[in-house]
Design a protein around this ligand. Structure first.
Ligand code: ATP
Ligand code: MG
Ligand code: FE
Length: 347
């Protein structure tokens, strides 16, 4: 079963081909990615209209590159998967439209995939894939959630951010420090040269007793601190970056540990762009090793958006007998807002 997957929910166009034959984890045969980061940099964030137009330009050449890499012909594809949501409506429509056009030309079905399910399952493509059940820490640009995952389609939300996402906290703080867009990677690079204890920044909801997060107050604290420093800021920028990262990472680690304790599970899966953060990985590894728990991550290059995770999620859905939405009428819709919990099967 060869599945072509197309991701276009935000500012990355991704295409991938997986082989989901049998019951083994789907095998990645090829994938190609184009990031629009440079195009949006001038605006300090993603411009939706520009994103849609660029997806249109990129998606077919990336599809050709993917096929070439895998040495296969488009005619070999059995199912065309695309990101149905959540994300930018116009951007999603490009991927969905192209996926349905390709599928119609091939007379094959399509499957709309949930972007967060893609992130969540992406560690299955790593050299050290997890096993169900596990606790998932999903930390991306738009989401911060802790979930109990008992299998494909069996997702129980345990807690989530009540305001900004962890990636947003990185991005907004980085912007305040003049580090450009997207700020996460830049802030974490600068943080390596700084002292994480230099500034006392808030750890919101750390002791709230639940598994929710709040990061909106952090950027205000960073702004206040930056203003206080005034002309001293350039000299203390690395310290402030390190302190900001430390605040975000500490909350993510402590709440993940709490979720594992509460559930009695011994396995943590981290997914989403912030999962690429070296300090987060280090501290999660240490906290879990101490307790005899395992942590699984996506490969570094598959932490942020990509087509591989969409093709993979489609493949795992098909294998689990859950591809009920596989459609052959080529009428497509997208879900810019789409809670992952809506995918959940009854227990
Ligand atoms: P969502 O998946 O919730 O719709 P998204 O697709 O925009 O949002 P991702 O592509 O998963 O999010 O991740 C992008 C985010 O990850 C950005 O906020 C970026 O700053 C952050 N990020 C990427 N690398 C790092 C890093 N090394 N350290 C911290 N944050 C990072
Ligand atoms: Mg992105
Ligand atoms: Fe994403």
């Amino acid at each position: 079963m060869l599945i072509l997957g197309i991701e276009s929910s935000c500012d990355e166009t991704g295409v991938a081909l997986v082989d989901a034959s049998g019951s083994a984890v789907p095998r990645l045969l090829g994938h190609a990615l184009h990031s629009q980061i440079e195009m949006h940099q001038a605006y300090g964030g993603v411009v939706p209209e520009l994103a849609s137009r660029d997806h249109i330009r990129r998606v077919l050449p990336l599809t050709e590159a993917t096929l070439q890499q895998s040495g296969l012909d488009l005619a070999a594809v059995d199912l065309v998967a695309y990101t149905r949501g959540p994300g930018l409506a116009g951007a999603l429509l490009v991927g969905a439209g192209v996926a349905c056009a390709i599928a119609a030309a091939l007379d094959k079905p399509t499957l709309g995939v949930h972007h967060l399910e893609g992130h969540l399952l992406s560690p299955f493509l790593s050299a050290d894939p997890p096993e169900f059940p596990f606790i998932a820490l999903l930390v991306s640009g738009g989401h911060t959630q802790l979930m109990r995952v008992d299998g494909v389609g069996r997702y129980e939300l345990l807690g989530e951010t009540i305001d900004d996402a962890a990636g947003e906290a990185f991005d907004k703080s980085a912007k305040l420090l003049g580090l450009g867009y997207p700020g996460g990677p830049a802030l974490s690079r600068l943080a390596r040269q700084g002292d994480p204890e230099a500034f006392k920044l808030p750890r919101p909801l750390l002791h709230s007793g639940d598994l929710d997060f709040s990061f909106a107050g952090l950027k205000t604290a960073v702004l206040t601190q930056a203003r206080k420093l005034g002309t001293e800021l350039p000299a203390r920028q690395a310290d402030l970056a390190a302190s900001t990262q430390a605040a975000i990472v500490e909350v993510l680690v402590k709440k993940s540990v709490a979720a594992l304790k509460q559930s009695g599970l011994k396995r943590l899966v981290v997914a989403g762009g912030v999962g690429a953060n070296a300090s987060l990985r280090e501290q999660l590894d240490a906290a879990c090793a101490k307790r005899g728990w395992r942590v699984h991550y996506p490969e570094l290059h598959l932490c942020t958006d990509n087509g591989a995770m969409i093709a993979l999620a489609a493949g795992m859905r098909v294998q689990a007998g859950l591809a009920d939405r596989a459609a052959a009428d080529y009428a497509f819709d997208v879900r810019p807002r789409w809670p992952l919990a809506e995918l959940s099967l009854p227990a």
